[in-house]
Design a protein around this ligand. Structure first.
Ligand SMILES: C[S@@+](CC[C@H](N)C(=O)[O-])C[C@H]1O[C@@H](n2cnc3c(N)ncnc32)[C@H](O)[C@@H]1O
Length: 164
């Protein structure tokens, strides 16, 4: 690729000057794996006035209804909405992971605090992804479990666009 430069760094401490980008985008990356109270100020800092932040992450309801092992979305609430922030998922190999999620209202408050105005919040549900996830889950867990509401990766996502 011609004029593209790749820089290795953390979304919580971007190695870039203030107001140096027109667009910051995270598709299931920094917006999920970094602490929002660290990455949102950083994204706001590096955007120029009028610059756009776009990010896509897991559906909020799916996070609340994900079982304790983090393997299947259920039809039961497993954790409270309020106080949601760092969500730890255990891993059999000892390679535990931490994701970050906030209630939608808290995302909007945090973005505003850092000078970002929300233009659009879109809840997505792609049918082909959902059907594929159900088939995969049926193969992994058996049809009976899948029918009870364990739809695996079929939890949907949401995307937010904010402008500085
Ligand atoms: C599921 S992938 C998504 C990739 C993304 N769609 C993209 O285009 O780069 C998750 C990405 O988040 C990145 N990531 C995780 N923690 C990060 C951090 N603290 N700072 C920057 N990137 C991070 C990983 O390196 C990985 O590339």
């Amino acid at each position: 690729m011609g004029d593209v430069t790749f820089v290795h760094g953390s979304g919580e401490a971007l190695p870039f000057a203030d107001a140096s980008f027109d667009l910051a985008i995270s598709e299931y990356g920094v917006c999920l794996w970094c602490d929002p109270y660290r990455w949102v100020p950083e994204a706001a800092r590096v955007l120029r006035p009028g610059g756009e932040l776009i990010f896509l992450t897991n559906g909020l309801l799916s996070v609340l209804c994900m079982d304790e092992a983090g393997t299947a979305t259920t039809t039961t609430l497993h954790r409270p909405l309020f106080g949601l922030r760092a969500q730890e998922w255990p891993d059999d190999d000892g390679d535990d992971s931490v994701e970050f999620h906030l209630p939608h209202g808290e995302w909007i408050r945090l973005l505003h605090e850092h000078g970002l105005q929300v233009e659009r919040l879109t809840e997505l549900r792609a049918p082909e992804v959902r059907d594929h996830a159900i088939r995969l889950r049926e193969r992994q867990l058996g049809a009976q479990l899948a029918q009870r509401g364990n739809l695996g990766g079929a939890q949907g996502r949401w995307r937010l666009i904010a402008v500085r």
